[in-house]
Design a protein around this ligand. Structure first.
Ligand SMILES: Cc1cc2nc3c(=O)[nH]c(=O)nc-3n(C[C@H](O)[C@H](O)[C@H](O)COP(=O)(O)OP(=O)(O)OC[C@H]3O[C@@H](n4cnc5c(N)ncnc54)[C@H](O)[C@@H]3O)c2cc1C
Length: 392
């Protein structure tokens, strides 16, 4: 087994690390007062990254990428997290929409959209989930009816991240209601400023309003915005969804940072006559989490090897998603146990440890076992497709 990076990969890392060292500056670990401010600052940050040639590095050169390898893209995410650089705002466009259009879009669609995705000139959202279609996405009910050169779309989408800031959305809609579940679905590009679209933000327990309900009423979508064949959207959506899972270098680095913070918390928090770190139960929990973060690193490397050999992560990537999302919740549970009632102090309260970051992070990571496929769904995939167990 060779766990080292090649000379070219190390050179890539070195070039990027120098660039980040010169450019991240005050954005390292930055926290924003509002979502609007976050979007404004992060659009500027993506433009800067793009200027340096660091956006969409894994896209082919002909579409504005660097044609970077999966390992180089892994290194990029790892280095960004290490530099505590903010995550890019256009990640739905870069990670999901771009690769889908490159694989299935028309030349016009690619020319129109890909450069604007890279340069953060336009922000995208993913209009897949509905109130009664999440894990069972194929039961979606949003309708698109053909009317000459148009589709007329009616329905409701939900949990649509960043829809309130989005210029464009990728939408799954039923175009043949008579066909069985996953058949008769088409994949459309929708202008989010079209008449008939109402975006209603949903307030999360973090206080933020990152995701939204989206109502579509007689929305006219040009037929030219169909991606791939009519009624073949389910297969195209699989391309999009396959890019949601895989390795998680960013989460790996973030969890190393969180682990250091947890250790510091245990040393600084008083429990009885000494620090919480002197409590054998706290010590055991921290040791267990340290071990889990190391295992997570190996899961990432194994998936990376899989992608290198076979070009895609395969169903084992469900192990990575399941593992890190549940590990994360255990880490935050340990922090909350150490903090006790003090964990309830919010950002801005002088009594809040780490400026309230523990509570916010604790609440944020509750969603990790839901988005990109819930833990139960990942376990089903592992049972059926990795272990070969029967369906029922
Ligand atoms: C922070 C966040 C951001 C999101 N952003 C987007 C976005 O931008 N665009 C978008 O389209 N969607 C988005 N989603 C939606 C996400 O994809 C869904 O929440 C997810 O697929 C689960 O669907 P659901 O919420 O409808 O839950 P359901 O599917 O209704 O599940 C409810 C419960 O039943 C369990 N369950 C369901 N089916 C099975 C089964 N077969 N076996 C065992 N248990 C099962 C689930 O595990 C879960 O515990 C986001 C979600 C979150 C939390």
């Amino acid at each position: 087994m060779d766990l080292s990076f090649s000379a070219e990969e190390e050179a890539f890392r070195h070039e990027l690390r120098s660039w980040l060292g010169a450019n991240v500056g005050a954005l390292a670990g930055v926290e924003f007062e509002s979502l609007e401010e976050e979007v404004r600052v992060l659009v500027a940050w993506q433009k800067r990254l793009h200027g340096g040639g660091w956006v969409g590095v894994h896209w082919p050169r002909q579409y504005g990428g660097r044609g970077a390898t999966t390992v180089e893209n892994y290194i990029l995410q790892e280095e960004m997290a290490r530099a505590q650089a903010p995550e890019i705002i256009g990640r739905i466009g870069i990670n999901l929409v771009g690769p889908t259009l490159i694989a299935h879009g028309t030349e016009e669609q690619k020319v129109r959209h890909l450069p604007n995705i890279l340069a953060a000139n336009e922000i995208w959202c993913q209009l897949f989930s509905e109130p009664n279609a999440g894990s069972d996405l194929a039961s979606l009910r949003c309708r698109a009816e053909r009317d000459g050169d148009w589709f007329i779309v009616n329905g409701q989408k939900t949990w649509t991240s960043y829809a309130q800031f989005a210029d464009w959305g990728i939408l799954l809609a039923r175009t043949d209601p008579a066909a069985s579940k996953s058949r008769g679905i088409s994949f459309l590009i929708v202008d989010m400023k079209s008449p008939g679209i109402t975006v209603r933000p949903l307030r999360q327990m973090t206080g933020s309003e990152e995701f939204n309900e989206v109502f579509l009423e007689d929305v006219r979508v040009p037929a030219a915005n169909l991606v791939g064949e009519l009624d073949a959207g389910w297969q195209i959506a699989q391309t999009t969804l396959s890019h949601e899972r895989g390795t998680s270098p960013r989460q790996l680095v973030i969890h190393r940072i969180l682990l250091d913070a947890l250790l510091l918390l245990a040393l600084e928090t008083r429990r009885g006559d000494g620090p919480a770190a002197a409590d054998p139960i706290v010590r055991q929990k921290i040791a267990a989490i340290f071990t889990e973060v190391e295992i997570f690193k190996l899961h990432n490397w194994r998936t990376l090897t899989q992608v290198r050999r076979h070009g895609k992560p395969g169903p084992e990537s469900s192990l990575v998603k399941l593992f890190w999302s549940e590990m994360s919740q255990r880490l935050h549970d340990a922090a909350m146990e150490i903090l006790g009632g003090d964990g309830l102090y919010w950002h801005g309260d002088p009594r809040a440890a780490w400026n309230g970051r523990w509570m916010r992070s604790y609440q944020y990571y509750r969603a990790a076992t839901i988005f990109a496929g819930t833990s139960e769904v990942q376990r089903n995939i592992i049972a059926q497709r990795v272990l070969g167990l029967p369906r029922d």
